[in-house]
Design a protein around this ligand. Sequence first.
Ligand code: ZN
Ligand code: ZN
Length: 181
Amino acid sequence: MKVAILPVGQVEQNVLQYIQETIPKIFPRTESVILKDPLTLPSEAYNTRRRQYSSSFLATLVREYLKKTDADKILGITTADLYASRLNFVFGEAECPGKAAIISLHRLKPEFYGQSSNQSLFLERATKETVHEIGHTLGLTHCSNNSCVMFFSNSIIDTDRKQQFFCVKCFETVQNRLKKR
Ligand code: ZN
Ligand code: ZN
């Protein structure tokens, strides 16, 4: 499959590059590209009371953008803090199954939790959220194995506990979805 990475608002180039290089290492038969033309964060998606952006609003725009590309899947990446109805925040959101996903880097930096900056930890967390949301687009649901990347992260503690890889069972599903047709 081909995964297009779409920056939504300003996103550091080295983070985008890291994610682009990591996707094909985890998903078999997969390539990944960074789209040159970032999406601007629309003010309509901003909730002034919550001071957060609507995840589903942005996911819809990301989904629309896919039509302009030749990719199979599209992953929006933003530094904005995202919320969904009834949830205080979300790390990301994806169609399950589907073609579009979005992740937020906002709560992945150790600085957000009052800790000192740690770029490798930050990139590892971003990888986990990326793999998790792309997994959803392939139709994978949440896994009960808390070290599997498809385990639901309720907090950063869950994210740090799990690996950036699929468990054997989930990886089997991924391989089936991505095998030659
Ligand atoms: Zn999930
Ligand atoms: Zn699993």
